[in-house]
Design a protein around this ligand. Structure first.
Ligand code: ADP
Ligand code: MG
Length: 368
């Protein structure tokens, strides 16, 4: 068992709050990804979990034990930071063996463990080399090996593959995920890359400006973002947004697109959400993903008219940009065979089940 609990955690540097009121529970054996833009407090959070930094307020529990005031060496946690360094004068083998050697383990045991890790990371053939004789990806594997050899209760990784090229990064995602499954250690993985987060995380914790915005499984965070920040940060191409006004009409609530006044009928569920959040008569932001829009002929009920002005052919699908009134563009994902000529007048309709509504002032979702 190795769950990690952060309770009301703050980290302040003089007047500056780097992490604010963080409450987060990382489950035993979970792969949790901490995602957010540069400077939002990810590394600081990881450093507090590791014990390299003490919180200004709050508690950290590891495996049920309060470790808030324990230094890094007193916590059974391994970490690999952005700017990891291998010992240049030691071989890959010696680098990986290092943590066990300092713990005073026997030579036979160390040898067995280094070989086990090297096999896992597929670096058995480079163990004799010094760091400067290694390619970037291999250096990162060696650094990972050095982390994993301790069989830590928890593994913290801070953008460990940030600098590698695209193809290799995707291979590493798969490998790290396998490694996590094999090593069974609770892992916290930091990245600013939402694709990486989606592909690796059992759950994703999204941070912005020192504040945790949402925690959930990738699909939950993707399909039902808590606020506009999360909605904009996750997904590529991103979620579409339309300014709407919630207007009572004949006992129902409909949405009027502020660009050209088009009315759109909404589901009973959405009407209930609008009523229960007291959003009647107010402006709302409608959010919808490109795959939940479709192109229909102009004049179709509950659709909004516009014209096609850019088409991106992606092979297995197309992304069509449709320009609407009021400076609004919708990006629509369609099948490759759908006819999409630039300049065509079209209309866009919504998969109502996937429509999300946000308060225009606070940016908060009203779906919760
Ligand atoms: N030791 C420190 N002293 C002062 N400010 C710091 C210190 N460490 C981090 N910060 C600030 O805290 C904020 C969050 O930093 P960090 O956790 O490294 O962000 P991230 O890893 O998400 O990019 C940044 O604005 C950074 O400048
Ligand atoms: Mg960082």
């Amino acid at each position: 068992m190795a769950d990690i609990i952060l309770k009301d955690v703050y980290k302040r540097f003089k007047d500056f709050t780097a992490v604010s009121n963080l409450n987060l529970e990382i489950r035993d054996k979970e792969f949790l990804v901490l995602l957010g833009p540069s400077g939002c407090g990810k590394t600081t959070t990881l450093r507090m979990i590791s014990g390299l930094e003490l919180p200004s307020e709050g508690k950290i529990l590891l495996d049920g034990e309060d470790v808030t005031m324990n230094r890094a060496s007193q916590r059974d946690i391994a970490f690999m930071f952005q700017l990891f360094a291998l010992y240049p004068h030691l071989s890959a083998y010696q680098n990986i063996a290092f943590p066990l050697k300092t713990q005073g383990e026997k030579k036979d045991f160390i040898d067995k463990e280094v070989k086990r890790i090297a096999k896992l990371l597929q670096i058995e053939n480079i163990l004799k080399r010094k760091p400067k004789q290694l390619a970037g990806g291999d250096m990162q594997r060696v650094a990972l090996g050095r982390c994993l050899i301790r069989k830590p209760k928890a593994l913290l990784l801070d953008e460990p593959i940030g600098t590698l090229d695209a193809k290799f990064r995707e291979e590493m995602w798969t490998e790290l995920k396998k490694l996590h499954v094999d090593s069974q250690s609770t892992s916290v993985y930091v990245t600013h890359d939402q694709m990486e987060a989606m592909s690796m995380g059992d759950r994703i914790a999204v941070m912005d400006k020192a504040v945790l915005q949402q925690v959930g499984e990738p699909f939950e965070v993707y399909s039902n973002p808590k606020n506009l920040f999360v909605a904009k940060f996750i997904g590529s191409p991103g979620m579409n947004f339309l300014d709407m006004k919630a207007v009572p009409e004949g006992g129902k609530i409909i949405l009027k697109f502020t660009g050209d006044g088009t009315s759109v009928e909404i589901s009973d569920l959405l009407q209930d959400k609008v009523r229960s959040h007291h959003e009647e008569g107010r402006e709302l932001v409608l959010g919808i993903r490109p795959e939940d829009l479709s192109l229909v002929s102009p004049g179709t009920k509950n659709s909004i008219s516009g014209s096609i002005y850019v088409v991106e052919n992606m092979g297995n699908h197309k992304i069509v940009d449709v320009e609407l009134a009021g400076n609004t563009t919708l990006r629509v994902r369609v099948a490759p065979k759908v006819k999409t000529d630039i300049g065509d007048n079209v209309a866009v309709s919504f998969n109502m089940e996937m429509v999300r509504l946000f308060d225009a002032d606070s940016g908060d979702s009203i779906m919760y």
